[in-house]
Design a protein around this ligand. Structure first.
Ligand SMILES: Cc1cc2nc3c(=O)[nH]c(=O)nc-3n(C[C@H](O)[C@H](O)[C@H](O)COP(=O)(O)OP(=O)(O)OC[C@H]3O[C@@H](n4cnc5c(N)ncnc54)[C@H](O)[C@@H]3O)c2cc1C
Length: 496
């Protein structure tokens, strides 16, 4: 077998790239994610040209559609201990809107095939919510479904998250959804034919204040009552799980060994591939630009590739949902908030759980490839659809991380990126019908935890949509109407 290498860092061959083409991934961002090229120590500097040439040779894209992937900072691999010395002003809001996301809204990447003129269900947003729903509709016999995605698959938060999946929540509804989701994740490889690298290494929450410690203790009782085996530990107990932790200022910890992490990208591909195999159209690089509304119903979804007449529209556009809803005259209370995240060079496996200091919003885990992947919310971050990266984040994160795990000081950060949390006033999702526009269904507002909720939410939503007598309380408890009624469903286990 020939082994013509394209990306020596990640051992990606010409055949791997051709395999990506065969799977329909012909834009640079998607090929990068599908093969892993450009994610190693050279950050794509030595391999992007070769991939561009392969796209050109294969005629998979016209020359105008061969754009580089978005360059990622830091410009060269940099040690965490060095990043921790970078100065920043704690009082000032973060700035930074570079790099510009090259492939979002790229016209040259659109399919030349026409969109279907009509579909029973149009789902706006090809993130985990939209795709998991499409698949669950298929399971219930509904295949006349079109998913519209303005970028590449994984362009939204679903391609930019930490992959954490946990049952440690502050409300019975979220605990039940997370438990069911993790159950579905366990059989995902068998059911969907793709490995999502689920590793149940646990979640270790650290509290550095009494207030957060009390919250962890109260939630532990709730967890145990719902069959989640969370334990409260001392700092010494936490160090028994991760001996390398300093546990500086830690007053208590919460530990559930059944939580874990998955690798986000195959999770999304699994749903997309299974749904398209059964007839669902997943249309990438297709921007929803408006709606045709008459008689209190959406009649058509308008896009930059034409209109689609439909019976039902599902709004699953994540942090972009308020922007899309506004095109139908609907005001959503969600606000997008940038969350930055980064990944280091790979290390030998040593870190079992995902660790989070709930007070500061620091979280980190070790991926199956060995990288330390983590982030930290910034209280000064203003609302806005900002996907840029900052040195301020790297500095804050490096300080907080090396304070708890000093052995990582010499480890280099390879890539940083950002996504948007889709934040609602009560940190709970918006699900169900839209007052005044009943055939517009809401499926957004999943803050920083939609990834792990998607399998269970989509399963229940597909049942609710297709069964005439289904009155699932999820779709009244979390409906849009609750904000007008002052009926908030507050969730208190938000990281960051
Ligand atoms: C840094 C970070 C870390 C996170 N960590 C975790 C974690 O560990 N665990 C977890 O469960 N969750 C995590 N999350 C949250 C999680 O990623 C999201 O809740 C989840 O991915 C939301 O999925 P979605 O389908 O609603 O939105 P998205 O994945 O954002 O998908 C929405 C899609 O809609 C598309 N769209 C927008 N406007 C239009 C339009 N006009 N026309 C067509 N398409 C449009 C967008 O391009 C996007 O792809 C994290 C998020 C971030 C940012």
């Amino acid at each position: 077998m020939s082994k013509a290498l394209v990306c020596p860092c990640e051992d990606v061959t010409v055949e791997d790239v051709e395999h990506a083409f065969a799977r329909g991934f012909t834009d640079m961002e998607s090929i990068k994610r599908y093969t892993g090229f450009g994610t190693g120590i050279c950050q794509g500097k030595s391999c992007m040209g070769a991939v561009a040439r392969l796209i050109h040779q294969s005629k998979a894209r016209p020359p105008a559609g061969i754009a580089p992937f978005t360059p990622r900072t830091p410009l060269f691999p940099t040690e965490l201990s060095v990043l921790a010395t970078a100065p920043f002003d704690v009082q000032k809001a973060p700035v930074g809107s570079t790099p510009r996301e090259v492939h979002l809204g790229a016209l040259a990447l659109r399919s030349e095939l026409p969109l279907p003129a009509r579909a029973k269900v149009v789902i706006i947003g090809g993130g985990i919510m939209g795709l998991a729903l499409a698949w669950n509709l298929v399971l219930r016999g509904e295949t006349d479904v079109v998913v519209l995605e303005k970028g590449y698959l994984l362009a939204g938060a679903s391609g930019r998250n930490g992959g954490g999946v946990r049952m440690q929540w502050g409300t019975p509804s979220m605990i039940a959804l997370a438990k069911r989701s993790i159950e579905l994740m366990k059989s995902f490889a068998r059911d969907m034919g793709i490995n999502i690298w689920l590793r149940q290494g646990g979640y270790l929450f650290l509290a550095t204040s009494k207030e957060v410690a009390h919250r962890l203790e109260a939630n532990q009782k709730l967890h145990n009552a719902h069959g989640v085996p969370t334990e409260i530990l001392t700092a010494d107990g936490a160090r028994e799980i991760v001996p390398e932790l300093t546990c500086k200022n830690v007053v208590a910890a919460a530990w559930n060994p059944e939580d874990g992490v998955i690798f986000p990208w195959p999770f999304l591909w699994g749903y997309a591939q299974a749904a398209t195999r059964r007839g669902v159209r997943v249309e990438t690089f297709t921007d929803v630009t408006g709606f045709e509304i008459s008689g209190g119903q959406i009649r058509k979804v308008k896009t930059d590739r034409g209109d689609i007449a439909c019976e039902t529209v599902v709004l699953a556009a994540g942090a972009w949902s308020p922007e899309v809803a506004a095109k139908a005259g609907i005001r959503l209370p969600n606000e997008p908030h940038r969350h930055e995240i980064c990944s280091t060079e790979p290390l030998k496996p040593f870190l079992g759980p995902l660790v989070s200091v709930l007070d500061s919003g620091l979280y980190f885990s070790q991926s199956m490839r060995g990288e330390i992947v983590g982030g930290m919310g910034d209280p000064k971050e203003p609302a806005g659809l900002n996907l840029g990266s900052t040195l301020r984040f790297l500095s804050r994160y490096a300080r907080a991380l090396t304070e708890q795990l000093p052995i990582l000081g010499r480890v280099k950060v390879l890539r940083q990126w950002a996504g948007c949390y889709d934040v609602t006033p009560d940190n709970s999702p918006i699900l169900g019908r839209t007052p005044g526009l009943p055939n517009l269904l809401q499926m957004s507002g999943f803050v920083g935890h939609g990834f792990m909720m998607a399998p269970a939410v989509a399963e229940r939503m597909a049942a609710w949509m297709t069964e005439a007598d289904n009155t699932d309380e999820l779709f009244t408890r979390f409906n849009l109407q609750r904000f007008a009624e002052g009926r908030l469903e507050r969730e208190n286990m938000i990281i960051g």
